[in-house]
Design a protein. Structure first.
Length: 372
């Protein structure tokens, strides 16, 4: 039977789009299904401010009446204006192990991206680097992903290569397992760095969470602005992305570095709630909330999600101090391992810092692109 790719039209198609991964990952013990309620909110244009500067389209692939794949494509004007490029993203890519279906989906996304006047097709992701599941797992440990990171079958890289997509950038995930103690030599080094005159590394003021978050957004935009793939966040988008964070995170994992009272850096680490979310299979109702609340108390891993230092302060070891304090807080709370992700392959300084802490580069994710 031939493959037919059609736009998602109506509630029935949208539900089928959301449900397809349950078939693809039915027998995969590592996959973590995203919360369906959050995924639906992401696509809700009245709720999500992202859609004020982005447009997209979703498709389903069928063989006869059978749904065998899906994909989405997006143009983000804010990202393109920042980088002065014409990129269309593809994402939400899920497909059975079938090169014909994969090719039909990706060709459809490519055509749409070209019709929007774009010159480059980039992905996979949901959709850009500010969102979850950016890139495809291509090498390393095929284990359960930590919160916010992508996961895919082993055959996806082959399908993406077969279509003619090539590497735009590799992203590294580092695993830290220290056993709850630091080498004395390292502790002395960090103590000297932390004692620099005027330097203070403090926790978030949770009573003024959104004011603190606004400061972090400014630091994020300034410290990451030159990074490959960076997309600046305005205050509205940042608040939307942080709306559930206040009730979910530990202030000891939210750090702000100040020099002479002025913010110069930040780090954001979150417990790996995927440990608690995995058994829910994307559904909080009717008893998912209770299972999650009980499960999150037993989480033993954390993810360092964001860390940034203003360029003029990067040689002071501020990043090392924040990582050290975060790890101390994790040990005190029973966290036994952590993932730092993702780190650009060419971010040599940060990769060296993590290697110095004894971290192991254990997963590689790839962002692909193609001229359209």
């Amino acid at each position: 039977m031939s493959v037919h790719v059609t736009p998602v039209a109506g509630k029935g198609d949208f539900e089928a789009f959301l449900q397809l991964p349950y078939r693809i990952y039915a027998d995969d013990p590592n996959h973590v299904f995203p919360l369906l309620s959050e995924l639906k909110d992401f696509f809700e244009k009245k709720k999500n401010p992202y859609w004020r500067h982005a447009t997209h389209q979703l498709w389903l692939a069928r063989r006869g009446d059978e749904i065998v794949g899906r994909v989405g494509a997006c143009v983000d004007t804010a990202a393109n204006e920042h980088h002065q490029e014409k990129v269309g993203y593809f994402g939400f890519f899920e497909v059975l192990e079938d090169a014909e279906v994969s090719r039909a989906l990706l060709e459809t996304a490519e055509t749409w991206i070209r019709e929007q006047g774009m010159e480059i097709m980039r992905g996979p992701g949901n959709y850009n680097s500010n969102h979850d599941a950016y890139g495809a797992l291509v090498d390393g440990a095929w284990t359960r992903p930590v919160i916010g990171m992508p996961y895919n079958p082993r055959y996806y890289p082959e399908l993406l290569d077969e279509f003619g997509l090539t590497k735009a950038k590799d992203l590294f995930a580092w695993l830290i397992e220290t056993g709850g103690a630091f080498p004395e030599k390292m502790t002395r080094l960090i103590d000297r760095m932390a004692a620099r005159p005027g330097l203070v590394v403090r926790q978030f003021d949770m009573k003024n969470f959104f004011e603190e978050a606004s400061r972090v957004r400014e630091l994020y935009n300034k410290s990451w602005s030159r990074n490959w793939g960076f997309v600046p966040l305005d205050d509205e988008n940042f608040r939307y992305m942080a709306k559930d964070m206040k009730s979910m995170v530990d202030p000891a994992f939210l750090l702000v570095a100040e020099m002479d009272g002025e913010p110069i850096g930040f780090s954001l680490t979150i417990p790996d709630f995927n440990e608690a979310l995995q058994p829910l299979k994307g559904r909080l109702l009717p008893f998912g909330w209770l299972k999650f609340l009980l499960g999150k108390r037993k989480v033993k891993m954390a993810r360092c999600l964001l860390l940034g230092v203003l360029p003029e302060y990067r040689k002071l070891g501020v990043d090392m101090v924040m990582i050290f304090k975060t790890m101390q807080a994790g040990f005190a709370r029973g966290i036994t391992s952590g993932e730092c992700s993702w780190i650009l392959e060419d971010n040599v300084p940060m990769n060296k810092v993590l290697e110095g802490y004894g971290a192991k580069r254990y997963k590689t994710y790839r962002v692909y692109e193609k001229t359209v």
